[in-house]
Write a protein that binds this ligand. Structure first.
Ligand code: NAI
Ligand code: MG
Length: 337
């Protein structure tokens, strides 16, 4: 049995979490979900969107899956997601972006993975005003952070039989910061005998739109990773289907890429696929490859059949109807299409 911290989150979070739990349980894997909440919905009770017991629960269980959290604007609270990443030193943000048979998208054979540095760069949050003149934000790039993210990317390439690693940067302009990232990227890729190349971030943006099929694993500093991973989500059918993980040496938190979707919250309309795909990543992280495969095949079958799809994918099924269909196929143990 596994102990997993489950943070349902805000908006559509509770609906997609409920769906995800049903689908994972249909595989027969025994998980004890420790449900603790964070976000807008707990501020009144705890006077913070991230009560200490949430972090304690993750530290105890070492693994968590979370729904989206609405960022309280102008209330003086720090972002829950950023705080969690810092408190647990989750230095990798991993986003596999793959076309799903059956889901309409602009491209057919996209299968790439973005490895985003998750702790520094312009997200260090070191900003100040400069009189009436303007403001400054400081970009921090350290050798240690570059080394561990590139090491992670190289291990990922080897462990998953990937073909190529691309380092994304803007070292032609930011010679010291991105220059350091690029040097570390080249040295460590060389040492690991990985097939690698590097690409300037603006060219990467264009090439990912023109020929996404040509990319495999990409590693980059925080800000470029934030932007390019959303761009890549758009290549394969949008936010409703893309999973993500925040991983550190000791802990991991799995979560969908999308936000709390207040416009459809509580309406039984949300597509739970992104969180379900995050659960697939979690099952693989736990070494439960068969269960992960079962869910993947069930999703593929539902998409190819195309009878029971949520509204964002052009169907008219509710979250619950989609989940019922998926659970049926997980229980049947469908073969690969
Ligand atoms: P959003 O991703 O919540 O919504 C953008 C659009 O996509 C909306 O029209 C929404 O209905 C649709 N959408 C998103 N997920 C969907 C799903 N699973 N099924 C069907 N449709 C879906 O982005 P938005 O509106 O910019 O942010 C809303 C809130 O979420 C904000 O407070 C934001 O800060 C927060 N957020 C939280 C994240 C997290 O906790 N990881 C990530 C991104 C945003
Ligand atoms: Mg983002």
């Amino acid at each position: 049995m596994y102990n997993v911290t489950l943070i349902p989150g805000d908006g559509i979070g509770p609906e997609v979490s409920k769906s995800m739990v049903r689908v994972v349980e249909a595989t027969g894997i025994d998980i004890n979900w420790e449900i603790v909440n964070a976000g807008l919905n707990v501020i009144e009770e705890y006077n913070t969107p991230l009560p200490d017991h949430v972090i304690e629960s993750i530290k105890k269980n070492k693994i968590a899956i979370k729904g989206p959290i609405t960022t309280p604007v102008g209330k003086g609270f720090k972002s829950v997601n950023v705080t969690l990443r810092q408190a647990l030193d989750l230095y990798v943000n991993l986003r596999p972006i793959k076309t799903f048979k059956g889901i309409k998208s602009r491209y057919e054979n996209v299968d790439l993975v973005i490895v985003r540095e998750n702790t520094e760069d312009l997200y260090a949050g070191i900003e100040h005003k400069v009189g009436d003149y303007g403001a400054e934000s400081i970009k921090i790039i350290t050798k240690g952070a570059c080394e561990r993210i590139v090491e992670f990317a190289c291990d990922y390439v080897k462990e998953n039989n990937r073909k190529k690693l691309t380092g994304v940067h803007k070292a032609n302009i930011m010679k010291l910061t991105d220059g350091l990232f690029l040097k570390v990227f080249r040295d460590i890729s060389e040492k690991n005998k990985i097939n690698y190349n590097d690409l300037i971030v603006d060219a990467a943006a264009m090439n990912l739109v023109l020929n996404p099929e040509k990319y495999d694993v990409l590693v980059m500093p925080n800000l470029y990773g934030d932007i390019l991973s959303d761009l890549c989500a758009g290549l394969v059918g949008g936010l409703g289907i893309i999973p993500g993980a925040n991983i550190g040496k000791d802990y991991a938190i799995f979560e969908a890429v999308h936000g709390s979707a207040p416009d459809i919250a509580g309406m039984n309309k949300a597509n739970p696929t992104a969180l379900i795909q995050s659960a697939i990543m979690m099952l693989r992280y736990l070494g439960e490859y068969d269960a992960a495969k079962k869910i993947e095949r069930a999703l593929e079958k539902v998409f190819i059949e195309g009878r029971v799809l949520t509204i964002d994918l052009g169907g008219n099924a509710t979250t619950d109807e989609f989940t019922d269909e998926l659970c049926k196929y997980v229980l049947e143990g469908v073969k690969a299409y």
